[in-house]
Ligand binder design. Structure first.
Ligand code: ASP
Length: 288
């Protein structure tokens, strides 16, 4: 019965403002997810449902809160992985749909592929009947509106990882990526093994400067450290994150393992996050 759930709303927060509204909303979402796991829903259903709510909230740089790229277009990335069956689905540079994570799930369940990008992803989402956004400029309310220096990898994302009472693990991540990014730029979020991963040992969702998470294959590295190195989840997460940080990047991640342990380390200033477990643990915070 050892269920566990962790959520994140990105590793972008900087001190100097409060995140009370974001934290209050995350606590509501976390509570719904905890109830779903308690009732016996699958890790896959729960992580997709959590990410969908976080996308719709407009509080994070994903879904409604996403920022436009340098051309003023909203190109979004998302991935989901079902650890028990080692299935995965992802979309990258998807334009025009309310829930990129729903598109990622459809790729996993309705195609033989793992990742669809750009126009192909869009055509597929249309075919699947996913909800379109008619007026992008009216729909999106960027969670971060500050001007960004082009050299700065400022960002935001949402993610969820869960272990259900059947012992299955799943991870889901969705993002608007970097603020003011180059058109066509894709980060770690939809790349299986970089920003998102789930297998029979761990489920991981990353957030931070994607370029560095890709070069360190952070999410899959955590599984490898557990599998080949016999490391605990906390030790594996800290090691993989340190390898990413050594390359010069910042960010954080959430992870659960098969025993229901949860880890949520970050090397950035803050990371919006929530953790709930069957033992009654229930925490939402942004800074240390
Ligand atoms: N990792 C995401 C990206 O690089 C952004 C983030 O997590 O904040 O696209």
């Amino acid at each position: 019965m050892a269920w566990a759930l962790a959520l994140h709303g990105g590793a972008g927060p900087a001190r100097g403002r409060t995140y009370d509204r974001e934290e209050a909303h995350m606590a509501e979402v976390l509570k719904r997810g905890a109830d779903m796991l308690e009732e016996g829903l699958s890790a896959l259903d729960v992580v997709v449902s959590m990410v969908r709510e976080l996308e719709d909230s407009g509080f994070h740089v994903a879904g409604k809160g996403a920022s436009a790229n340098a051309n003023g277009e909203y190109e979004l990335d998302a991935a989901v992985m079902d650890g028990s069956l080692r299935r995965a689905g992802a979309v990258a540079a998807l334009i025009g749909f309310r829930s990129p994570i729903m598109a990622a799930r459809a790729v996993m369940e309705q195609t033989p592929h793992v990742l669809l990008v750009g126009n192909g992803a869009k055509a597929f989402a249309l075919e699947m009947g996913l909800e379109e956004i008619e007026e992008p400029h009216a729909y999106y309310t960027p969670a971060v509106s500050r001007q960004v220096d082009p050299g700065e990898l400022a960002h935001g994302t949402v993610g969820a990882v869960a272990r259900d009472i059947g012992g299955r693990l799943a991870a889901a991540t969705s993002t608007g990526g970097l603020l003011n990014k180059m058109p066509g730029r894709v980060g770690d979020t939809p790349l299986i093994g970089a920003g998102t991963w789930a297998d029979e040992r761990v489920a991981v969702s990353c957030t931070g400067q994607g370029e560095y998470f890709m070069r360190a294959a952070v999410a899959a590295d955590i599984s490898a450290r557990v599998r080949y190195g016999g490391q605990t989840l906390a030790f594996a997460c800290a090691g993989a994150l340190a390898d990413m940080e050594t390359q010069g990047g910042d960010g954080g991640l959430i992870a659960v393992d098969a025993m229901g342990n949860v880890s949520a380390p970050f090397v950035s200033e803050g990371m919006k996050r929530g953790i709930a477990t069957h033992t009654g643990r229930f925490e939402v915070s942004t800074f240390r």
